[in-house]
Design a protein around this ligand. Structure first.
Ligand code: FES
Length: 577
């Protein structure tokens, strides 16, 4: 068993305060004994297994089996595994949006790691916001920690066609809205889209965050893409348990692993896989937890020198199970080798460079291309600035129509999600295919709490006329599984009085992805008059909230700071609101 260099360890860590530590330990052992533990096993170091299984989280259906496999690994390495639950964030089961609760989950993870007696922790998560929440919480707790993801779903079939949640969800729904699929047809697709345990089967946010966790060095090599139902997933869980034991007392803590160089590696991989725009927010939040900033200008520079080399939906053709079979994230990183910081530390103690050296050289070129023969010569995401987005806005150019990148257009503005829902399909809506659809008040400070609503539907009358894509602009987010010419995370958001709040239907906007510009073509004088006429605080009065709504409303930061709570960043200064 690994030498224990920290004392006290295991059950004796962080004793409950009664003013008599001997009594505290005696009492704790006594109560632990009621769970049937022997004294011998209670004297071992403890690996906490922090998991988020929930009946409201289909993506975590396989967690109980994974936890059992982790326990096998921990026991075989000589420590005592103890699982504990935290809240769970099932993407489609939460209102108004899972992002609102990511920080709550991170608080839960951090505080339970710190408050309970454990020497290292395994984090078991998968669905979109759970992995960032676990990484954020673990970074703040800074105990040796290792991530285990649930793994992606396998694809289903519909009339001979492969189906993967959730790019195909959107594709078929768009066809249904356009009248190309019947009610019976869409019902059958609904049943077949998510047919196994695991996370969405494409390069959505969950898969992107799994790839990022591996790239950051927080997971064993090759563990991001293996499907949830594959036996290898259980072997990875067992390995994770063993590695966790080896980490006890080591310097392999999140603050040693999550360095600026590791974050740059993660940004490179995010760009090369055509990953989710949500990951930009999560990386900024993780960076903040270790006292670093995630500079969007630097991210955009990296994008110019990082090719897209993975052919996966929503950017390409394949699914996560294909990526796993093609060589997984280590094969992607090996292709990017010249662009990566190879001396970054990982949870296993090896560096990223050492990990890549021992990985099998085989690669399936139909899924993972070489940097000399990329799918796109530059990264999947770009950052726009301009008078509409002084703090930046994101476009997933790898999933957009380049014919729409350099243009000027008339704005059709929706003031809120309710306004959007009530008017988008109105046959009298005055809208043309070359207009820009603009949605306000869907950012982090809005009551909607930044939902994945930036993928505005094409107005039904245009969809039925064959229009497949339009420029869409908002302060909202977009699911990593979505596609289209969609500009997101406009910062500052409208609810905090950003320039987006001033846009009106009929205004003209200029978009240039080439020049990274997003400019509202309205005179400054006119914008000043509009601002003077705005209510002083478009944001709802914080005093009208209580509980978590109050906390969220008062402390959430903008997208470029990761939408974390200001006081949870490492440099965060607690202030009275
Ligand atoms: Fe959980 Fe997509 S809904 S990963």
């Amino acid at each position: 068993m690994t030498d224990i260099v920290t004392k006290p360890r295991g059950i004796a860590r962080g004793l409950t305060q009664y003013g008599d530590s001997g009594f505290s330990l005696y009492l704790r052992r006594s109560f632990a004994s009621s769970m049937g533990y022997s004294r011998d096993i209670l004297d071992r170091p403890i690996i906490g297994i922090c998991h988020s299984a929930s009946g409201f989280n289909n993506c975590h259906r396989g967690v109980p089996e994974l936890v059992e496999a982790v326990k096998r690994g921990v026991l075989s390495a000589g420590a005592l595994p103890i699982e504990f639950p935290t809240i769970s964030l099932g993407e489609v089961f939460l209102a108004p949006t899972s992002l609102k609760f990511r920080n709550l989950m991170s608080l839960d993870v951090e505080e339970m790691i710190k408050a309970q007696p454990m020497d290292a922790v395994v984090l078991v998560g998968g669905c979109d916001k759970t992995v960032p929440a676990q990484l954020m919480g673990a970074a703040s707790a800074d105990l040796p920690a290792i991530q285990l993801v649930t793994g992606p779903m396998l694809t289903g079939r519909y009339h001979g066609e492969r189906l993967g949640a959730c790019t195909d969800c959107r594709r078929f729904w768009a066809r249904y809205r356009a009248g190309e699929i019947s009610d019976d047809g869409i019902d059958e697709v609904e049943r077949r889209l998510a047919s196994t345990a695991g996370t969405c089967a494409v390069m959505g946010t969950a898969s992107t965050m799994a790839a990022i966790a591996e790239t950051l060095g927080m997971m064993p090599g090759g563990s991001a893409a293996v499907p949830a139902v594959d036996a290898d997933r259980l072997r990875i869980a067992e390995q994770t348990g063993r590695v966790a034991v080896a980490m006890i007392g080591s310097e392999r803590r999140p603050n040693q692993i999550l360095t600026r160089q590791a974050l740059e590696n993660a940004a490179r991989v995010l760009l090369a896989i055509g990953g989710s725009t949500n990951a930009v927010i999560h990386l900024a939040a993780i960076a903040g937890r270790v006292g670093l900033s995630f500079d969007l200008k630097r991210f955009d520079e990296l994008s110019e020198t990082t090719p897209v080399i993975v052919d996966l939906k929503p950017t390409g053709q394949h699914y996560m199970e294909d990526l796993a079979a093609a060589g997984g994230i280590p094969a992607v990183m090996r292709e990017l080798r010249e662009l990566l910081h190879l001396d970054c530390l990982t949870v296993t103690g090896e560096t990223i460079g050492e990990r890549l050296t021992r990985w099998s050289p085989w690669v399936d070129r139909t899924v993972i291309r070489s940097v000399d023969d990329p799918i796109l010569p530059h990264g999947g995401l770009a950052v726009l600035f301009g008078n509409l987005a002084p703090g930046g806005a994101i476009i997933k150019r790898s999933a957009a129509d380049p014919r729409l990148f350099e243009r000027e257009g008339r704005c059709i503005v929706f003031s809120s999600l309710d306004d959007l829902a009530s008017r988008i399909d109105d046959p009298h809506l005055e809208v043309a295919p070359h207009d820009f659809l603009v949605l306000k008040n869907a950012g982090p400070r809005s009551a909607a709490a930044m939902p994945e609503a930036g993928y505005l539907p094409i107005p039904k009358k245009l969809a039925r006329a064959g229009v497949k894509d339009m420029v869409r602009i908002s302060d909202a987010r977009m699911s990593g599984t979505a596609f289209g010419t969609v500009i997101l995370h406009v910062t500052p958001d409208a609810a905090s009085g950003g320039p987006l709040a001033l846009v009106r239907t009929g205004d003209r906007l200029r978009l240039s992805v080439r020049d990274r510009n997003l400019d509202l073509l309205v005179e400054d004088d006119e914008l000043g008059r509009r601002r003077a006429g705005m209510p002083k605080d478009a944001h709802p009065e914080p005093s009208s909230f209580r509980g978590y709504d109050w906390l969220y409303s008062n402390f959430v930061t903008q997208a470029n700071e990761g939408c974390d709570f200001a006081f949870l960043r490492r440099d965060g200064t607690p202030k009275n609101p």
